[in-house]
Design a protein around this ligand. Structure first.
Ligand SMILES: [Zn+2]
Length: 283
């Protein structure tokens, strides 16, 4: 393909109307009070879409952006906590579904931050979700983003004295991932897991989806590996997954321990495993 043709194709993608979203949820678009989870880790998402800010003296890391319409909400939340939106230097995500990355292109443009993604989700992110094995095929669902860096399992991301480790947890999307980060407050340090729980979407074919032949193997790997993780606190891609609104009410004082709850984490993985076992897998 010539450079000119490539350019025209690119321009068309951007000018193109986005495909209608395959699902929505009122709680995705409602606001939430931003707060300090532990150390320099903050919740800046919407009522249900988990977006996390790691604030450092050298700038900030933002994990997940919610929907396109979530961007002003996230910006307001970051500013309400006393940080500058323009200080975001690194953008990450837990999965390339529209409810976690649809605001990515705009935030990248507004901040100039570098986007890093699990290598297996890079293609989906770059075509606005159109090549996603489950939700794709009807054109881009969100403005495409070309990642600046691809991440592999156990890769670390460092900024201003904070180091995150990316954990490849495929299945929900081919490049779903979680992050482990150690944060410190005045009293102690906490190992925090920002988890992408391996939710199986209805009508998934574990014998292999067109576009994702290894889906069964990936879910088995992720369920097994997540059960073995050690951490002090955990949060997730959706607030509902770790019962955030039960654990913390608006205006509550700083209380990292509210997010320990290993029992809920284990129970959720047991439920996902039981769900997985209901599906016939490839021979
Ligand atoms: Zn998803």
């Amino acid at each position: 393909m010539s450079v000119l043709v490539l350019f025209v194709v690119q321009a068309t993608v951007h000018a193109q109307k986005l495909a209608p979203l395959p699902m929505n949820n009122k709680e995705w678009s409602e606001p939430a009070e931003p707060f300090r989870i532990a150390g320099n880790l903050y919740y800046v998402g919407t009522y249900d879409l988990g977006c996390y800010l790691i604030a450092t003296p050298k700038g900030h890391i933002l994990i997940n952006t919610g929907l396109a319409e979530s961007v002003p909400m996230i910006k307001k939340n970051i500013e309400q906590l006393g940080f500058k939106f323009s200080d975001i230097k690194i953008l990450l995500t837990t999965q390339a579904h529209f409810d976690h990355v649809a605001g990515m292109a705009e935030i990248k443009k507004l901040t100039g931050a570098k986007m890093m993604v699990d290598a297996k989700d890079a293609k989906v992110l770059a075509d606005g979700g159109n090549s996603d094995y489950y939700m794709g095929g009807k054109g881009p669902l969100y403005v495409p983003v070309k990642a600046d860096k691809l991440l592999l399992d156990q890769d670390s991301i460092s900024l201003g004295g904070t180091k995150l480790v990316m954990l490849h947890h495929p299945g929900h999307t081919q490049g779903s991932c979680s992050y482990l980060v150690t944060v410190k407050d005045e009293k102690r340090s906490y190992r925090v897991l920002i988890a992408n729980m391996p939710t199986i979407l209805s009508d998934t074919k574990m014998t292999g989806m067109p576009g994702y032949p290894d889906i069964s193997k990936d879910f088995a790997y992720t369920l097994d590996t997540m059960k073995k993780l050690q951490f002090d606190l955990w949060v997730a891609s959706h607030a509902s997954q770790f019962k955030m609104h039960e654990k913390r009410k608006d205006g509550a004082a700083y209380n990292p321990e509210a997010f320990a709850d290993r029992a809920l984490y284990d129970k959720t993985l047991e439920e996902r495993t039981a769900d997985y076992k209901k599906y016939p897998t490839a021979p």
